[in-house]
Design a protein. Structure first.
Ligand SMILES: [Zn+2]
Length: 325
């Protein structure tokens, strides 16, 4: 996939003086993994002097077929919750072996947020002085979470959202429905891959239904079991709709405390404005807490009584905001 907004991040990097430890950071949906893949292939490519891979040499072919002997990926092992110190030690040893193809070696940690505290400490040593021709590449979705000691030893490439115009013209080329373009940009909060995903999962239709459901929940409140039955039918859209519920509450807080009307979701502006007028901030915080908690519960555990938990959340919403006294 061609992601034009990523170009500016690598075009000034030179292969011969590239920092040996790189962190690619930025929010989800901006293309961190695509940038990493291009960069990795460029570093490994034995044909090109810059970071644009030739796509023809043995190294490029091996990388593209997922078989490059000098490319090492460190990710979560089955059944584990974090990347263990033993994995880091193992890769430390591998690091001092000669490269099979005689070129560069890469150690790639695509989910560095899953490193345990001890792994971070072990990693520090290698970031400081990796052997010659060795590159370490980390991806992090929130560089705030990375210890400063790690950040200070790496060159950080921080991907930002593209401008609306650039995003719009890219989305048009992906053949998304032109009528829903603005809504996609709004809903994805300007994150291109997220916008595309929303289009592909037909989330614009879901969004209209969501708005209708929430409006009637607030106005009448007699459709709670109906909404519950409908929402729990699909795991993914259930999570998305609960996320949208918390977005609505966040919008109320934005209006109340920051007078920030520009950054609220425009398609639910009627509802959030109505709610802002109707409900005390303390209640908004309480509802937000419950809503986010439920999202986390559903995200982590599929064995919950979803109908019971969702219904209870909707009842809380209705009694806090509903028109019925
Ligand atoms: Zn090549």
């Amino acid at each position: 996939m061609n992601l034009p907004w990523l170009k500016s991040y690598t075009q000034n990097l030179k292969k011969d003086n590239l920092h040996h430890s790189l962190i690619i950071s930025g929010r989800e949906g901006l293309g961190k993994n695509y940038l990493a893949e291009g960069l990795i292939q460029g570093i490994l490519c034995t044909n090109s002097k810059d970071l644009e891979p030739c796509g023809k040499c043995q190294s490029c072919k091996l990388y593209e077929s997922d078989n490059h002997p000098d490319f090492h990926k460190i990710d979560l092992e089955d059944g584990r919750k974090s990347i263990s110190i033993n994995q880091i030690r193992a890769f430390y040893l591998e690091m001092f072996e000669s490269p099979f193809l005689g070129g560069n070696k890469i150690f790639f940690i695509p989910r560095s947020n899953l490193l345990s505290r001890e792994s971070y400490d072990a990693l520090l040593k290698t970031l400081e002085e990796p052997p010659k021709n060795t590159f370490i590449i980390l991806i992090n979705s929130d560089s705030q979470n990375l210890p400063a000691t790690i950040l200070s030893r790496c060159h950080e490439i921080n991907i930002k959202k593209p401008q609306d115009e650039e995003l719009k013209s890219w989305l048009e080329k992906q053949e998304v429905n032109i009528d829903s373009l603005d809504q996609l940009i709004d809903l994805s909060k300007g994150k291109p891959l997220r916008a595309l995903e929303l289009e592909q999962t037909k989330s614009i239709e879901l969004r209209s239904e969501f708005i209708a459901d929430i409006s009637s929940l607030i106005k009448q409140g007699n459709n709670i079991s109906e909404i519950t039955d409908k929402w729990i039918k699909n795991e993914e859209s259930l999570l998305l709709q609960i996320e949208w519920m918390s977005d609505l509450l966040m919008d109320i807080l934005r209006m109340r405390f920051y007078e920030d009307e520009k950054n609220i979701f425009s398609d639910t502006a009627n509802i959030s404005t109505y709610m802002e007028d109707k409900i005390e901030p303390i209640e908004v915080f309480k509802l937000l807490d419950k809503t986010i908690n439920l999202w986390n519960k559903f995200y982590k555990n599929n064995n919950l009584r979803q109908d019971y938990h969702l219904q209870s959340l909707l009842v809380d919403w209705n009694s806090a905001i509903g028109l019925r006294s």
